[in-house]
Design a binder for this molecule. Structure first.
Ligand SMILES: [Zn+2]
Length: 86
């Protein structure tokens, strides 16, 4: 009687600070760990409603979105107010 064992191997790239963010979930978290280790921090984009590292917010910067350093709860409040004003 044969038994089967499933093995899943995730090959993780070696990321550098300011590499573009990867698509995979696990890869993104490893990439984020490298960004934080390099001293890079996320800012909250009021327009997108998402926290972003420098490499992730290049589009926001180009489009003129407001990027702020706030606690999540404050960011949500600020974001809601921003939408009401539109
Ligand atoms: Zn944005």
């Amino acid at each position: 009687m044969a038994s089967e064992i499933g093995v899943c191997i995730l090959i993780m790239p070696v990321f550098q600070p300011n590499d573009p963010p990867p698509a995979g979930y696990m890869q993104w978290h490893e990439w984020a760990r490298v960004q934080i280790a390099a001293g890079l921090r996320q800012l909250y984009c009021v327009k997108c409603g998402v926290w972003k590292f420098p490499k992730e917010r290049e589009d926001c910067v180009r489009l003129g979105h407001d990027l702020v350093l706030l606690r999540t709860s404050e960011g949500r409040r600020r974001s809601r107010r921003g939408r009401d004003a539109e």
